[in-house]
Design a protein around this ligand. Structure first.
Ligand code: ADP
Ligand code: MG
Length: 702
């Protein structure tokens, strides 16, 4: 064992394990990414068979999980041709018979299995044409039976491994011989106090019992310990980044709230802030007036009024002699912010500038100069441009709107540029469940606007199919005749840009035929159009000159046109839940009753139906986000790769929510008591963290 709390033995290449050798090692590497003893140890079973339970063939109906049966193997026969070529055999117990089928590894089957002999068959029974079958079952002779009592683990193996005769049970043999090796040791890394507080078993026992459980209870304690360790290590890494930023980064101290803010608050602001907005502004103030650099996430459902919070903080930045920038993900959103803000800012004497890809070079030059000499105080633009080479006299605050594309690691790199760093406020309208936020935004402090401005009328959501299209169109017509405007959105079809535009164009034509010019103005907007064309259409829509705006998801985030009251979503089943919610949030922004109509085909997938049901059941973005996480799993959620969530081997941020919260709490606790992890009791932990950094992004920043 070395000083790092690790064990050199576990770094041994897997080929040196008894029974493995170079050829099988190569397979384990290529198929399962198992390089070392440690990797093998981390190849956890994905389920267990209870070897004390025997099933009878006549009781099988295809709904059982992975099980065992005992019986006599019949004659093995070759059937099918070419790719369908397979071996089949009848298998019989006292209650009935079933089929065994092998597509691959046929040579091995023929050479090793004997008709008429008694076997134990393991596998998942399938029901096909009224007959139970097992495809690629694992087989064991009954004289081996005594060796495998209790709980038998089942491991993932690939088809290729099976054809090379490396089965779940081969993996189990490898792991058993690793665990029984005289040098086998798994040094403890968690502080004893933590083990005691949560009644966790030791590390070596956990890694032993997860692979070779004595009974169900020992399996559960092993699993608990390893899950906790995994979540705790992830949170330790995140909280360390967060604390390190707090320790080392200096923000500019916003000592005062001055003229700009007060004048705006008194003379310009046309509504009363909600309590939630006030609370969040206070939280931000608490950060920025200390001189510590702020890294804060502002979460708020669509329409909850994040922009004004941003604006008020930019005023405070100006009151303290600094400049601010506001980054939006698209040019449309950047110009929307600019249009909403610049006249209001001018009223209190501040200059704004808009910088995007379509800014002409003369204008660009003027802006660069103004930022450098301080005559422009507020810069609004798209990410790319602002991150680039814009120089400012003194930048105090950066606000990133609608950003959910960076993980912890990327952010760490972005912030980490100089010692005096601007305060950073990330605003997201995509509500995220708490557990996901803890991990994905775990390095940030979080503020939540959990209240809508007064006077909002809840949006009515309905589900319609093609048969009722005319009815839907007529409804839209009455809304337009009342003076309202309508969005019609088509989905992005993956990998098929052509089809997407065909859909969009067909839809546009259908609508144009029903809603005829000159009485009705129907226009189209999509990602392929030039920025200034999009801009022009959006301006006309905002002015009310366009009645129906047909689009792809370019309007998904942030667009604010209070007079629009209908959101018609075509092929609604093909959108993700949070996307549907975002789209719905484009209406209901004025005082009028608004509607969201979800169009779909008759036949819906399970998930598609669940998403639509969820949309009909609630307008609450946080509830929908929880549901979305359950339906899709965290793997599908954008950016999870960079967050470390993707590296979880056994824990799940969905199923182990409570444990994740405890892990986070404990990580914070340990780091607040021992910020640099210098106590003797934390040495194995810190050594482990410093050495083992999953993924490249992590290693570069820790
Ligand atoms: P989002 O949080 O989705 O970015 P916005 O900041 O665009 O929401 O705000 C949506 C609308 O609500 C805007 O028209 C804004 O002026 C208005 N608004 C914001 N806060 C309030 C408030 N406290 N009372 C009334 N209207 C508000
Ligand atoms: Mg917004």
């Amino acid at each position: 064992m070395n000083h790092s709390g690790r064990n050199d033995f576990l770094d041994t290449p897997v080929e040196y394990l008894k029974g493995v050798g170079p050829m099988r090692a190569e397979l384990l590497k290529n198929e399962l990414q198992i390089y070392t003893f440690e990797d093998l140890l981390y190849h956890f079973p994905f389920r267990y068979i209870d070897r004390s339970v025997w099933h009878k063939i006549q009781d099988l109906d295809g709904n059982q999980p992975y099980i065992q049966i005992k019986g006599i193997l019949g004659k093995i026969e070759q059937t099918g041709k070419d790719k369908g070529k397979r071996l089949t055999a009848l298998f019989k117990d006292e209650s009935g018979y079933c089929d065994l089928v092998w597509f691959q590894g046929q040579k091995w089957v023929k050479e090793n299995l004997k008709a008429g002999k008694e076997y134990i068959v393991f596998g998942k029974p399938n029901l096909f044409k009224n007959q139970i079958s097992f495809v690629h079952p694992e087989m064991e002779t009954t004289d081996q039976e005594k060796k495998h009592q209790g709980f038998q683990p089942v491991y993932n193996v690939t088809e290729r491994l099976k054809t090379k005769n490396i089965t779940s049970r081969t993996i189990h043999q490898f792991i058993s011989s690793l665990i029984n090796h005289p040098n086998f040791e798994v040094p403890e890394i968690l502080p004893k106090s933590l083990l005691d507080a949560h009644k966790l078993i030791g590390r070596k026992a956990a890694f032993t019992n997860i692979h070779i459980p004595k009974d169900n209870q020992s399996r559960i304690s092993a699993e608990n310990r390893i899950k906790f360790e995994e979540l705790f290590l992830l949170q330790m890494r995140i909280v360390r980044i967060k604390n390190r930023n707090k320790r080392t980064l200096k923000g500019i101290r916003f000592a005062v709230v001055g003229e700009y803010f007060n004048k705006y608050y008194k003379d310009v602001l046309s509504f009363e802030l909600t309590d939630a907005q006030k609370k969040v502004i206070k939280e931000i103030r608490q950060d920025t007036q200390t001189g510590r650099q702020m890294n804060r996430l502002l979460q708020g459902d669509v329409g909850s009024g994040k922009s004004v919070v941003a604006l008020l903080n930019m005023l405070i930045a100006a009151d303290n002699g600094t400049q601010s920038s506001l980054m939006a993900p698209t040019e449309i959103l950047a110009s929307q912010h600019f249009n909403n803000m610049h006249t209001e800012m001018e009223k209190v004497g501040l200059q704004c500038a808009l910088l995007t890809g379509s800014t002409k070079s003369a204008e660009r030059k003027r802006i660069h100069e103004g930022l450098e000499n301080g005559t422009i105080q507020i810069l609004i633009g798209t990410h790319a441009l602002i991150e680039d080479k814009v120089k400012m006299k003194r930048q105090g605050l950066v606000i990133i709107d609608e950003q959910h594309r960076f993980g912890v690691a990327q952010r760490a790199r972005m912030w980490d540029k100089s010692e005096e760093v601007p305060h950073i406020l990330v605003m997201t309208a995509t509500p995220i469940p708490r557990t996901l936020a803890m991990t994905f935004y775990g390095d940030l402090d979080v503020s939540v606007i959990d209240e809508m401005p007064l006077g909002r009328v809840p949006i009515i959501t309905a589900h319609r199919n093609e048969a009722r299209r005319m009815e839907v169109f007529q409804f839209i017509q009455t809304e337009i005749d009342k003076g309202r405007q309508v969005y019609v959105v088509f989905p992005l079809i993956e990998d098929s840009e052509k089809l997407e535009y065909k859909n969009l164009n067909d839809g546009f034509e259908l609508l144009s035929n029903f809603f005829k010019r000159p009485k009705y103005q129907v226009e189209i907007i999509h990602g392929r159009m030039k920025a200034h064309e999009k801009e022009m259409i959006m301006t006309r829509f905002k002015k009310g000159e366009i009645h129906i705006l047909v689009s792809t998801t370019v309007i998904e985030v942030g667009i604010n046109v209070p007079n629009a009251t209908v959101m018609l979503i075509e092929n609604a089943e093909s959108f993700g839940l949070s996307q549907l919610h975002q789209l719905r949030g484009r209406v209901g922004r004025g005082g009028d009753q608004s509607y969201c109509i979800l169009m779909s085909g008759q036949k819906l997938s399970y998930n598609g139906r669940e998403r639509i049901k969820a949309m009909l059941s609630t307008n609450d973005g946080f509830k929908l986000a929880e549901l979305d996480l359950k339906l899709r799993g965290p793997g599908d959620i954008e950016g999870t790769k960079q967050s470390g969530i993707a590296d979880l081997k056994i824990a799940s941020i969905v199923d182990d929510e409570e444990m994740l919260k405890v892990a986070r709490f404990q990580a914070e606790q340990i780091l607040s008591e021992d910020p640099l992890l210098q106590h003797a009791s934390n040495q194995p932990l810190v050594n482990y963290l410093n050495q083992k950094s999953p993924g490249k992004d992590w290693s570069r920043i820790s």
